[in-house]
Design a protein around this ligand. Sequence first.
Ligand code: SF4
Length: 283
Amino acid sequence: MEHKQEHESTIKVKVSDLTQHLICPRLVYFSAREHEQHGIAKGKERSVIESILLKELAFNLHTIRDTKDEEDDVKRAIEDIVDGVEWIYKEELKGVEKNFFEAVKTDFIRSQSMNTENNEWLWKVKNENGVLKLEKAHGYEREHTMVSEKLSLSGSVDKLIRAGEEVIPCVIKTGKCPEYSVWKSDRVQLAAYAMLIEEEFETTVKRGFVEYIRTAEFRESQIRRRDKALALQILKRVKRIKGGVFPEKGENAPCDNCVFEEMCETKKTLLSKLFGTILYSVY
Ligand code: SF4
């Protein structure tokens, strides 16, 4: 037991491991065993590239905000933003065909800059409320990295806003936006960043923001004690998994879109064979 604790105390966890665990604990298991080189899941290339392009837009909203309301102007701004994507996300885009990437990029620019007059997305980006107002007034630091030796936890928060004494974490999401508030996994992620910020800046973090960039919904979320408690609970589970424990699959595990699907099946079969052998030798 003592040996196990010693082992787990040396395991390092990233905030992204916690969010991965919330999707499916087995993702943590396979990622920790360096299976990431399998790249983008087959058939998912377009949506992954679109997510990357959207994320980059979120980092550059100020450029779009400052455009005139003319289609060409907005289009040019978006073109400029997505231009550097292949360099910034080189690792993520490994294995993607150049022509395919260019085609997705062209479609993306067209769809984002279309119908300037009726574009609700553009209107929301330009309507400086909440987090956008804070970003305009104070700026933000992109992907600020924090490390806590005490928690064995590290993470890079997408945007870190320092508004006077207040330090505010802000995460960008390219998926669906909930009807109200933010998703539970996003609350846990913000709580984990809040703990890292509190340690580094010796402050208390009261709130964070989630930018659901696909629909330009910008939501504020209070940092609650119960979310911090859940983040710590998941942190412990992640340590166990990274230490070698093969976990159960997540309740709503997205197996159909998973790069580890084959590996997951093989592991399950191996385990049940082993389990079968043990049963056989007992009887
Ligand atoms: S195949 Fe399903 S259970 Fe296995 S890691 Fe992927 S999402 Fe989780």
